[in-house]
Design a protein around this ligand. Structure first.
Ligand code: ADP
Length: 303
């Protein structure tokens, strides 16, 4: 194509020199020059095409990487979730299996001890069941594009329902729950909000000693509502605070405290719920004094 154009150009130049001043004069085109020009043109075109190819290839690679990044992050997150979960499930399952096998092989196992073993195994299985329930709940809330339907919701009604549900548990530990939330609407998903409150109040009960009081309050701001779950329990060390919402994170104080079962999943579920509401969650705590978990939600006006 380019060669053809050059030849045509050279031919046109020849016609022009045959004009009125050079009548009957024939200037043959310089073939060597034409060939040289052709080569140069081809070389330059080659460079330009190569450049375009490299730039467009690089651009395509960059754009593809940018587009695929969220998908890659999601797959990485899913893989981490699966491996963390199987790790958490494997240890108690292996312990349970070994205990049962050892006792089964014991010829001197009495009926009394066998019953005790079955009872302990049931407790273990119950804990594993609650772990798998929490894992399912977390998976549900962290599903991509799982944005719950947000609508005008009565915060005081949800708090009332959750407090009613958890009162027997609090009573069993001689803990009182004081509900101070009145007449407040928020923009939320009522099921997710109930799950969030359940996690925070359940933790407050779990990490308080008998005789303590838990208070639930809510304050209206211009466009938001901030509700808090305040306890006077064991508190949280300030070194633990930045990690509380990480999956499977448990502070040493919680791990060493007797009778506080848990897998460190509650607050990561709570954080997912808060994120799905475009809301925020904050913790203030003093070791040995107690903790306050506050959530700021979008207000839906007063009743
Ligand atoms: P867990 O099942 O261990 O309670 P969470 O994710 O709900 O898991 O909480 C993570 C950790 O945060 C707990 O193990 C505990 O150390 C700490 N924590 C949460 N809530 C409280 C609280 N109200 N008082 C003291 N520590 C708390």
């Amino acid at each position: 194509m380019v060669s053809l154009e050059i030849e045509r150009f050279a031919f046109r130049q020849r016609i022009r020199v045959e004009g009125p001043f050079f009548q009957n004069t024939f200037f043959a085109p310089d073939l060597e020059l034409i060939n040289e020009t052709k080569k140069r043109f081809l070389l330059i075109l080659g460079f330009i095409n190569g450049g375009i190819l490299v730039i467009s290839g690089g651009l395509a690679y960059y754009l593809a990487g940018k587009t695929l990044k969220p998908i890659r992050d999601m797959v990485d997150e899913q893989n981490r979730f699966i491996s963390d979960s199987s790790h958490e499930l494997r240890t108690p399952l292996a312990t349970l299996k070994t205990t049962l096998e050892v006792n089964l092989r014991d010829p001197k196992l009495t009926l009394k001890n066998a019953k005790k073993l079955v009872k302990e195994s049931i407790t273990e299985v119950n804990q594993l069941q609650s772990l798998s329930d929490e894992l399912l709940q977390l998976a549900q809330y962290q599903k991509p594009n799982s944005h719950p339907q947000l609508e005008k919701t009565s915060l005081d009604q949800i708090v009332l329902d959750v407090v009613r549900k958890l009162t027997p548990l609090a009573k069993s530990k001689n803990i009182t729950i004081q509900n101070r939330v009145k007449d407040i609407n928020v923009i939320a998903n009522k099921y997710a909000l109930a799950d969030l409150l359940t996690i925070l109040i359940d933790n407050a009960i779990k990490y308080s000693s008998p005789g303590k009081k838990i208070i639930i309050t809510a304050v209206k701001h211009d466009h938001s509502v901030e509700f808090s779950v305040i306890d006077h329990g064991i508190g949280i060390d300030r070194h633990d605070l930045p990690h509380l919402f990480d999956r499977f994170y448990r502070a040493d104080t919680a791990r060493s405290k007797d009778n506080t079962s848990g897998y460190g999943l509650g607050l990561s579920i709570a954080k997912k719920i808060v994120d799905n509401h475009h809301a925020s969650i904050e913790v203030k705590s003093r070791l040995g004094r107690g903790s306050t978990f506050s959530v700021k939600l979008q207000s839906a006006g007063s009743k």
